[in-house]
Design a protein around this ligand. Structure first.
Ligand code: ADP
Ligand code: MG
Length: 282
């Protein structure tokens, strides 16, 4: 689904514009000349091979690592011009890995999402409480709110992290592989939830996914990265062509029509399996 009615440069901080951005770590150029515009209310999926720079890209957008060139703007304002707290009111970021201190309950964790609104000595205000309880309800964890995080299943833990992002009440959500380590049912549950958050809570979502079919089904825009560069961006059907998937992932694919009349990507074989099967015959 394309939410192009949200599209265009609205000038608000819900739209993200990255221009000619490069990132160096030590002497290595990790991201090279990346250009991307994510419109207000859009759900964009980033895909690309391991090590191509997806996590680095999200960290740079969240102002966590310096850029050596170009700019990253929310509306018209560079992310580096925001204080840490002010930026946290604009961007909520779920990193690829996240540890929870032992015995922290779901509600206590979700409360941490309110840190950008806290003053040094203010207690928990009503608005904070409402935001926390609303976020817990939105992810369906009311019955677990008082439980320690370590006693929740992987899917429930991931929903609790989504609630932290919702409590943060930022217009842009960045999520780095939120479905990794979940079984396929719970992967889709997280993505359905994310889509609902995108539509009902009017959030701009940028999510790193490994599953190209999930990007195909859920994203308005797919961003393909390889070797620190943005290869292309556009609607899934335009971007995830068999030719491009071969170029980026070295896998042979086909687009098929499924029994419910939709389309899906089928991975036929990889370059490596081709060589292996040839070896097997000799
Ligand atoms: P992806 O998320 O696409 O798997 P990353 O953004 O994590 O890729 O990493 C991109 C490249 O940058 C990799 O080659 C990785 O080794 C390198 N890299 C990332 N962070 C660091 C770091 N802190 N120090 C050195 N190299 C790093
Ligand atoms: Mg990563």
């Amino acid at each position: 689904m394309n939410l192009s009615h949200h599209g265009g440069s609205c000038g608000h901080s819900c739209c993200l514009r990255v221009e000619n951005m490069s990132v160096k770590i030590g002497t290595d150029c990790i991201l090279k000349d990346v250009n991307l515009h994510v419109h207000c209310g859009e759900m964009a999926a980033i895909i690309g091979p391991n090590g191509c720079g997806k996590s680095t890209f999200l960290k740079a957008v969240n102002g966590m690592i310096p850029v050596v060139g170009g700019s990253i703007c929310l509306g018209g304002r560079d992310v580096h011009d925001f204080s840490r707290k002010a930026l946290s009111r604009e961007i909520a970021f779920l990193t690829q890995t996240h540890d929870v201190p032992p015995d922290v309950t779901v509600r206590e964790l979700v409360r941490m999402g309110r840190f950008p609104y806290r003053r040094l000595w203010s207690g928990s205000r009503r608005k904070d409480r409402d935001a926390v309880e609303g976020a817990i309800r939105a992810v369906g964890l009311e019955a677990h709110a008082g439980q320690a995080m370590q006693h929740l299943s992987g899917g429930e833990q991931q929903r609790a992290w989504l609630a932290v992002l919702l409590a943060q009440d930022a217009p842009i959500l960045l999520l780095d592989e939120p479905t990794t380590y979940l079984d396929v049912h719970h992967q889709l549950r997280i993505l359905d939830l994310l889509r609902r958050i995108n539509e009902r809570w009017q959030k701009t979502v940028v999510v790193v996914l490994h599953d190209m079919n999930q990007a195909w089904q859920y994203a308005d825009e797919v961003v393909v990265m390889k070797d620190g560069r943005l290869v292309c961006t556009g609607p899934p059907q335009a971007v995830l062509t068999p030719e491009r998937l071969w170029d980026v992932f070295a896998v042979h694919t086909d687009i098929v029509t499924t029994c419910d009349g939709r389309s899906a990507i089928v991975v036929l074989r990889s370059d490596v399996s081709l060589q292996t099967s040839n070896l097997g015959k000799t």
